[in-house]
Design a protein around this ligand. Sequence first.
Ligand SMILES: [Zn+2]
Ligand SMILES: [Zn+2]
Ligand SMILES: [Zn+2]
Length: 336
Amino acid sequence: MTRFHCPVCQSEIWFHNTDCLACGTALAYQPGQGFVALETAQPCDNRGAIGCNWVALTPGGLCRSCCHTTVIPDLSLPGNDQRWARIEQAKRALFRLLIDIGLPLETPQGAPVPLFEFKGDLLRSGPGPHVLTGHENSVITLNIAEADDAERARLRAELNEPYRTLTGHMRHEVAHHYWDVLVAPNPDQLARIRATFGDETQDYGAALQQHYETGAPAGWEEHFVSTYATAHPWEDFAETWAHFLHILSGLETASAYGLVPVAALADGGALADGSAAQMVRLPMAQLAGIWIDLSMALNAVNETMGHGSFYPFVLSPAVIDKLETVRQLIVAERGA
Ligand SMILES: [Zn+2]
Ligand SMILES: [Zn+2]
Ligand SMILES: [Zn+2]
């Protein structure tokens, strides 16, 4: 994430702010441009319901993020309005990044893709989620229980995961969509991705079942970014893609706050500004080197506060190669 400032008084504002806390101006975010005073724009129709602070695509309509949501939670159930609001906030942050780095969010005919379905039941006492989070045919389904901190922490412990967030779900699931859009229909890209991640034609259901029965193979850290990535080449791709977005967004934020010198992000003489759009052009080895130093420092800072690690992952040389493959796929799409 970059830093944002009020267009009226220049005070710093957060990406999710609907108003400037310093001067009180009502604000709206215009994707690809930044914040404007709301009086000069049309608010998204979900502004009242969930605090969406984006500009509407058409007067009285939804914004570029909300128009991708086709199923919302049952708002007659207590807490679901807040769950929906948290999920849309994570989705807007995802969309901001995807738009800035030039990935498509529409079909060639202009229809919004991927679409999102946010549904589920109240699961506090249940045996586990009935609505499975996942992706199929350009539709991403998210169980709204993931928006409950307590429920998500319970699932994280049950599945023995080091990291589980709405942000992580968004970045992972959208990877499956981009496989369908950027990889599957393109024989050259498919060959390149297969050479890196393995043969995805192996039975997905059987591979997943085996993963849940036997766990990750010994020594998985040398070749995979997470245990779940070992389940099937599709999941390896999605996990790696998610980590590429973690690193890009993390470095963008760190550079905006001066934690990473912009000179370290120089691009063979080209002007560096530390934006995700600029950094996506840098070789992964350069990005990974900076990221590993930064995340080690932030892990230590987090632990002095009694939190776990900021970034509880290890990037092996083989994983950095996979990240480079994902980076090249994105760069090829944006035509940079
Ligand atoms: Zn202001
Ligand atoms: Zn909206
Ligand atoms: Zn997946």
